[in-house]
Design a protein around this ligand. Structure first.
Ligand code: UDP
Length: 246
């Protein structure tokens, strides 16, 4: 059993990136279908009002601590996550391992052409990656069964789903058992990064927990979404006070 730390009633696994990757491949070896989520403050806040998302996070096989906010929230409870495990980093570890083992990978999501471009870049960097298919994240209800069939018939074992939060989580919840035994991870903007369309923050900013600031400066329209952060801070502080009073 993996140890977890609860952040606003969302249990997040206290794992390193390497441990998370080992867990996923153990499941792949056992032919188990698994769901993987990357929890940051924004997702945790959304789960406070979106019951379906909350339920999904309670049942997911692996929820990793993505984002400076959840690390801080654990510290507020006197606990400490071993490390921050971002979606991009875990996805890259899974892909590296996939290249080494020739595991079948499918990239699903992003604007038209993004997943295909990400696949092209990955093939160039990793050479031997076995990508069985790609599809954009903008599709009609009629197209969906074909996408699912493509994922299943390709023998996909690692599926990266980039439809944004909480759409990707709900998609994985609805379809996990139709895809064949496959590890499905909601990856948000990761395919945009892998395609080269979006750059990650410089290392020093990542290390100083400032990746959110970089993303805000690059995409000021994210400000509205980021208003979840002060609410998150207040909720964590308030929760602690309630506990102190008990
Ligand atoms: N997206 C998609 N289909 C949709 C909505 C969004 O494929 O119906 C993609 C979008 O193109 C982007 C990703 O989902 O690549 C969401 O990125 P964002 O940075 O918002 O994700 P976050 O990591 O913040 O969840």
């Amino acid at each position: 059993m993996m140890s977890t730390i609860d952040v606003l009633s969302v249990p997040i696994c206290n794992v390193t990136r390497a441990e998370a990757c080992d867990f996923v491949y153990k499941c792949v070896d056992e032919g188990r279908a698994v769901s993987i989520a990357t929890a940051n403050a924004e997702m945790v806040m959304l789960a406070q009002k979106d019951r379906e998302l909350h339920q999904y996070l309670l049942q997911a096989d692996l929820v990793v601590p993505d984002g400076a906010g959840v690390l801080w929230a654990a510290e507020q409870q006197g606990r400490r996550f071993k490390e921050r495990v971002t979606g991009v980093d875990l996805a890259c570890s899974l892909l590296q391992e996939a290249a080494a083992r020739q595991t079948a990978v499918y990239l699903f999501g992003g604007a038209e052409g993004v997943a295909a471009k990400a696949a092209e870049n990955l093939q160039q960097q990793m050479g031997t990656l076995n990508i069985v298919g790609t599809h954009s994240g903008f599709f009609s209800a009629e197209e969906e069964p074909q996408i699912i069939e493509q994922i299943r018939s390709g023998g996909t074992q690692i599926l990266l789903v980039a439809l944004g939060v909480p759409k990707q989580e709900k998609w994985i919840r609805d379809h996990l058992y139709e895809l064949g035994p496959c590890a499905c991870m909601g990856v948000g903007g990761t395919l945009d990064v892998l395609s080269g369309n979006v750059c990650r923050a410089p290392k020093w900013m990542q290390e100083h927990r400032l990746e959110w600031l970089y993303r805000l400066l690059k995409e000021p329209t994210r400000l509205k979404r980021m208003m979840a952060l002060p609410k998150f801070v207040a909720a964590v502080k308030w929760g602690n006070r309630q506990n102190d009073l008990r």
